[in-house]
Ligand binder design. Structure first.
Ligand code: SAM
Ligand code: FES
Length: 399
């Protein structure tokens, strides 16, 4: 396939008509519904080809305003919603997010907290401050905490394990998720043994050449992928993911992201629009679009029917109703912030991030309302992936 000047030059064999799009959606939905509750290790049931995925993505990107495309979009949303309901009902799971450090040794070209962003005021939360965020989360009823930060070498493995043990000791039944970037197998294992259960590490883009355009030389896609496979082998519930509309991205790149997700079969997938961050080399690039992010959410739901899929803060940043729209396209997780409001603005991955002035209670109320108004049900339980649920509540209690 030849791609020049955007996405309009598609080879004939990767062009889909509206009829083909509708038929692909119907077929993929049937496969996804069959997969749920079926043989868990047989991903081949739901596999889709890279050509078909490229065609789907390009169809929606190129025909944004056509009436036909509107109908196809509705069919895609309806299919994703039906699959989501079959897997998890209308529940939307809460994860309390603690952004505990914004120091980062990396310099991803898109990221507002990269090490060369000298305008950023840097902070680290103390262990006591982290625990206090967890206490707030507990009071709000949450059973899932996410510790996220830049890659901050000042946290040794011993220190990280001490933090994990501290939280595990205080909250034995709560899920502890880490999002600390790329580490050795040994470090991941230590954190797991200390009590962490989940790890979020977006692969960012599954295409080498595209990865090179977004990252400095010292970072590599192959290492990031190795980390994801390490995490899977240790027994974490693993989240991969990518940005939509990142600079230089093509429909083929996005299709490659979906193909990689099919191979990895992670338990969670973080998908949000790229949003420019002033101070970075991509400050003047356009943000990813709402429509395209929704399409990628829905396709991910159809390919990984039981995945946990956040409606991200970035989606809420590019559209005031972005998160509600995300639920309608198959998303079923929200990640309200538990970090102290005094540091929120400093964890500025991109410009105009929402919720910066809202405390944890405000965020909970706001999200509850959004979830209920969109016909969904807030759920504060651990929200494990179906593969990690106890046998006795595997299927029937969920649907
Ligand atoms: N250090 C950890 C890591 O590398 O995974 C976690 C923190 S990292 C900042 C969290 C995620 O923010 C990244 O995986 C990336 O996808 C997202 N992100 C960074 N800059 C962004 C931007 N400008 N727009 C949208 N998302 C961005
Ligand atoms: Fe720190 Fe990208 S610059 S995670």
């Amino acid at each position: 396939m030849k791609i020049e000047a955007g996405w309009l030059f598609m080879a004939e064999d990767t062009k889909f008509t509206t009829a083909q799009v509708l038929s692909w959606i119907a077929g993929q939905k049937d496969k996804a519904l069959r997969f749920i509750g079926g043989t868990k290790d047989d991903m081949s049931v739901v596999l889709a080809s890279k050509n078909d995925l490229t065609s789907m993505i390009a169809f929606f990107a190129n025909k944004n305003s056509d009436e036909d495309a509107q109908d196809a979009r509705k069919a895609l949303a309806a299919a994703a919603l039906e699959v989501r309901h079959k897997a998890y009902g209308n529940r939307v799971f809460f994860r309390g997010l603690i952004e505990f450090t914004n120091y980062c040794k990396n310099d991803c070209y898109y990221c507002g907290i990269g090490r060369s962003q000298s305008q950023v005021h840097r902070y680290r939360l103390s262990d006591e401050e982290i625990l206090s965020c967890c206490r707030t989360g507990e009071k709000l009823g949450y059973h899932s905490f996410v510790l996220q930060g830049g890659e901050d070498p000042s946290y040794t493995d011993d220190h990280m394990c001490a933090i994990i043990r501290m939280i595990r000791g205080a909250y034995p039944n709560t899920a502890i998720t880490l999002s600390l970037g790329e580490k050795s197998h040994e470090s991941y294992l230590k954190y797991f043994e200390a009590g962490a259960n989940r790890y979020l590490l977006r692969h960012e883009t599954a295409t080498d050449e595209h990865y090179r355009l977004l990252h400095p030389e010292e970072l590599s896609l192959s290492h990031r992928k190795d980390c994801l496979y390490d995490l899977m082998s240790i027994g974490y519930q693993v989240g991969a993911g990518f940005m939509v509309g990142s600079p230089f991205q093509t429909p083929e790149n996005l299709a490659a992201d979906l193909v990689f997700l099919q191979e990895l079969a992670p338990h969670m997938v973080g998908i949000g629009p790229f949003i420019p961050s002033s101070g970075t080399r991509f400050a003047d690039f356009p943000a990813g679009s709402l429509q395209q992010t929704l399409v990628m959410l829905a396709l991910t739901r159809l390919l990984l029917p039981e995945v946990l899929l956040p409606s991200t803060t970035a989606l809420g940043t590019i559209d005031p109703l972005g998160r509600e729209k995300g639920f309608g396209y198959g998303a079923n997780v929200v990640m309200p912030n538990l970090s102290p409001t005094s540091v929120r603005a400093d964890y500025a991955l991109y410009d105009n991030k929402i919720c910066i002035g809202d405390d944890a209670v405000d965020c909970q109320k706001c999200l509850n309302g959004r979830i209920l108004r969109s016909g969904n049900m807030p759920d504060y339980t651990r929200g494990d992936h179906r593969d990690f649920l106890p046998e006795d509540i595997q299927t029937s209690d969920i649907v």
